[in-house]
Design a protein around this ligand. Structure first.
Ligand code: SF4
Ligand code: SF4
Length: 490
């Protein structure tokens, strides 16, 4: 296959010349990118990841997870009204927000590790911007055709056919944007309820607000801005350079094999030249509009579509595939030095990221599996610190708050351990000896006021250490709260 044939459609689609109005501007106008469809291993992998990620996003709020009476049965739910976050069997209360911090740290460390191993795999395959842009381009291609047809349509005058295609495309984009915004609000409310309320106009204002916001941002980011979001808005391209090294596997043009490049006619020798036939198939397939042969670039999201495009060309010109592929800078240097290339996944950097990641994961698992189902908070009255009763005895009051994190009612015993002679009472509850027994409803905070009294002879000192012990006799779970009894008798 001649290079003239290979590069034919590229030459027809060079960017439009900059017009006079653009020249007068400080910044160059955006040049629209019309990535050509490619077929191959990485394109297939991206289809699969797109289906999985979109499927997860749109369907997860509909998964039910029975938790018992009065509890939401939605598997994943951020319940602001109930001040709770549910994730399948995990239930996070407001005082456990450190678990969310732990999840964010795990996500960040996993991203660091993946980047150190395989470059910008997150950007290339699973970042929402990449996934939705890919989906929008797929829609565009279905309606307007592949690269050549789209460029032709863009340059064509406004005919009925052009208007029909553009209106259809934007309508489908807006529909996808609405589905995206609609799915977002399902994560914050019971999905079937909010979906019904939304359509009959009874959903809260925030649901409509975030629906509109997500619809708009999806439509603009994936439909219009596309590669500009990655290049100008996202900080990750700037950060990721610090996470990679010469052993990181990245989408790489193997210039040691490709150069010197140039057109090649069928039957010509391959002696004394590189394998790159300057067909630019890698360039026109690139959704970022860059030429990977110019080396590592901030714009490259490592989507690997140029690998598929180049492999296709290599097969056509009967050369080995992999002129563009996952490779490392170190391997290029090794090959140039006549050494064998190697893959070094275990390096100080990956050991560090992997080690810290494993540690944080282990801490999270321990924390989640050993978390208490009962939390007790004891507040002693400070104004006044004690009351002198008519019989001369001294009384202290305490507010005991019991958080029952089980979703069923439990009987709790509150025992006050202090000096001999101390008696205990409670508002609205029966006390027996030094113990108060009460019922703590499931999934709520139960608050009770208890009183400790000492006779004048027994009250001594200003501050007597006492213990308030809360026990669930059925499970044996117990929380011990040391506090004091103030007996500031003259
Ligand atoms: S250069 Fe290749 S890997 Fe990088 S964004 Fe373009 S097509 Fe994707
Ligand atoms: S790297 Fe491959 S796809 Fe790109 S111009 Fe060279 S031969 Fe063509």
């Amino acid at each position: 296959m001649s290079n003239t044939e290979l590069s034919g459609d590229i030459q027809r689609h060079e960017v439009e010349p900059v017009n006079a109005a653009t020249r007068r501007k400080f910044y160059k106008a955006r040049e629209p990118i019309y990535p050509k469809r490619v077929k191959g291993t990485f394109r297939n992998l991206k289809w699969v990841i797109m289906a999985l990620t979109l499927g997860v996003y749109y369907l997860v709020p509909w998964i039910r997870w029975p938790r018992g009476p009065g509890e939401p049965d939605q598997a994943v739910l951020v319940d602001f009204a109930g001040r709770r976050f549910y994730f399948f069997f995990i239930e996070i209360w407001p005082d456990q927000l450190y678990f969310l911090t732990g999840l964010l740290i795990i996500a960040a460390l996993a991203l660091f590790l993946a980047t150190a191993l395989f470059g910008r795999v997150w950007c290339g395959y699973s970042c929402p911007q990449t996934v939705w842009t890919d989906l929008f381009i797929w829609v565009e291609r279905k309606i307007e055709g592949d690269r050549n047809a789209r460029i032709k349509l863009a340059r064509a005058p406004w005919t009925f056919d052009k208007i029909r295609k553009r209106v259809t495309k934007h309508a489908i984009w807006i529909f996808i944007g609405m589905a995206t915004g609609g799915a977002w609000m399902l994560y914050f409310h019971d999905a079937p309820t909010i979906a019904r309320d939304f359509f009959i106009g009874e959903a809260p204002f925030t649901a409509y607000f975030f629906f509109a916001l997500l619809t708009l941002t999806t439509y603009i980011f994936a439909g219009s801005m596309r590669e500009q979001v990655c290049t100008y808005m996202c900080p990750w391209p700037r950060i990721q350079a610090a996470l990679t090294d010469e052993e990181t596997l990245q989408v790489t043009y193997k210039y040691d094999r490709g150069e010197p490049r140039g057109p090649h006619k069928k039957g010509d020798t391959w002696e004394g030249r590189g394998d790159c036939v300057s067909c630019k198939a890698c360039v026109i397939a690139c959704p970022m509009g860059i030429d990977i042969r110019e080396g590592p670039q901030l714009e490259c999201i490592n989507c690997a579509l140029c690998i598929d495009a180049c492999d296709d060309i290599m097969k056509k010109v009967d050369r080995p595939t992999g002129l563009i592929g996952y490779d490392t800078d170190a391997n290029i240097a090794r090959r140039q030095a006549g050494e064998k290339p190697q893959t070094k996944l275990v390096r100080p950097r990956t050991i560090l990221y992997g080690g810290v990641l494993a540690l944080v994961c282990a801490l999270m698992v321990i924390g989640l599996t050993s978390q208490a189902t009962m939390v007790v908070n004891v507040l002693r009255d400070r104004t006044p610190p004690f009351i002198l009763m008519s019989d001369g005895s001294i009384r202290n009051a305490y507010t005991v708050k019991i958080v029952n994190r089980e979703n069923y009612e439990r009987e709790m015993k509150i025992t006050l351990e202090g000096p001999e002679g101390m008696t205990v009472g409670a508002v609205g509850e029966e006390a027996e000896g030094s113990t108060v027994t009460l019922d703590a409803p499931g999934d709520t905070v139960r608050s009770v006021r208890i009183f400790a009294t000492l006779t004048p002879d027994e009250a001594y000192g200003n501050s007597i250490p006492v213990i308030i012990r809360v026990t669930d006799p059925e499970t044996g779970e117990e929380v011990v709260n040391p506090t004091v009894f103030m007996a500031g008798r003259e």
